[in-house]
Design a protein around this ligand. Sequence first.
Ligand code: AMP
Ligand code: ZN
Length: 564
Amino acid sequence: MKLPVSEFTYFLRGEARKNLKILIAYVLFLTLMILFYAQLFVLLMAVLEDNHYSFATGIYWTVVTMSTLGYGDYVFTTDFGHLFSALVTFSGVIFMLILLPFGMISLFLAPWIEQRLRYRPHSMLAEDYRNHIIIFGYDTITRALIRKLVSHNTPYVVVCIDPNQAYKLEEEGLNVVVGSPTNVHFLKNIQVAQARHIIANLTDPLNTNICLTVRSFSDTPIATLVDESDRSDLLRLAGANRAIPLKRILGSYLASRATTMGATAHILDAFGKLLIAEMPVKSTPFVGQTLAQAQIRQQTGLAVIGLWERGTFTVPEASSLLSPKALMVLAGTREQLQSLEMFAEEQEGADRIMVLGHGRIGCSAASYLERRGIPFVLIDQKNNPDCMDHITVIGDATTHNLLQESGIEEAKGLIVTTNDDSTNIFLTLASRRHRPHMRIVARSNNEENVEQLYAAGADFVVSNASVGANILNNVLEGKESIFLTEGIDVFRTQLPTTLVGMTIAESQIRPKTGCSIVALEPPDSSDPIVSPPPETVLKEGYGLILIGSPDEEEDFSRRFRSAL
Ligand code: AMP
Ligand code: ZN
């Protein structure tokens, strides 16, 4: 029977762990017995036969005799010697050939086989089970999401098609059911109709099928990830409430951070007319100035709500320095962004980006660059069968000289986006060593590798798992919020009625909750008031757009719950 590595953990838990201790004690006892007989052998040989052998020979003779191999190279010739040999052989048969294998089988093998045979995966949930999140498809994104759900005590269940996968996940402590995601009977058995939300994270066709099947009997909200963004409509047509083109989002994130050209801001998301966008400091004339000196708000009306530098996000102060490597996170209307773009200078010389990995995310990054007229070179070890638009240099990016031959010397930015984190770390480190000043943006498939990628020299790391899990979590919590980075959200809320008529300074929102006001949304759908000064009066019906950590956001809603 094949014994995967993960099965070994079985022997380190519960009853098996206790049995392992018994086995170790037994082996110790057997070793002592062998040492004792070996010493006796040396002694008896000397006394009875006048032969002088070493202790090592004694051990050899004892093992050969106990295991009944009996080569006959060292033999006793006296009666007492024969009796001693018989005793050692007899002990060997009992303790080595019978009890040892018997113990191994009864203490380990039999309970392990029994447990595997006894394992019956759940294929239904109790009838009164409700308000749970049903997750189809387990990967690094849903794993990160489950961690969030567990920390909020939100009930969830992962649906597995393969019982072996279910067994493995259950061993890891996850809530799992096994069944076909498109079988109505099974879906009813896992109480889909009473669930709070469904997350469909399988292939686009399977997700479509799940939506249609669920909609045939229930209106539980469904959020689905979609591989090809042009299929979002199709999934919505099939019944999905949200279709999230995560790969496209990730590709644009990577590409927008790898270039300073085009001098256009990369729009992350929007709350009505208020856009949240990113723009590299390098493409503006403000390099080297403090935020106060740059006067961006006075000149354009935009609020700088964050600064990204080498993987660190900070909420800026007037004295914050705008370094050439930093990326500004801006809030404002489209016109305000355009007025900043007018300031932005074309960079000297053409930007040129190298993209390592032409899978879905790499392809989406390439499309982003293409739309902005930024030249790029794509490298992948194989052709992307879903892409007819881009020419790819075929080869393993880690092979010596391939990057040099493909023109890494001329590239100003590098996007590292293979599906293997070790490869990404290696490529980042090698490129950083070769080109200390290049902009390197890397993708991290597992959350655990974000730190290593920064350590390897990446300027920005975009984690699939974090971005995906945060987007899904916001959908589940019905939050209108934009994920900027782990621990920082921009979110929208109504003005608490208790604050109507106060000025921003009097409202004490920032000192009390830690959240800062990014903009106010007047009720008459006129332009948002971006970064309002402290003396602004909060009027009835205003919408608030705030920035803060999830804890601060929770603090805000707890404090003003009754007034919202
Ligand atoms: P996706 O996860 O869809 O973005 O795909 C990742 C892409 O990275 C695939 O197309 C892989 O062929 C590619 N890839 C993985 N390792 C390497 C490598 N060492 N060199 C070049 N491309 C790679
Ligand atoms: Zn492509």
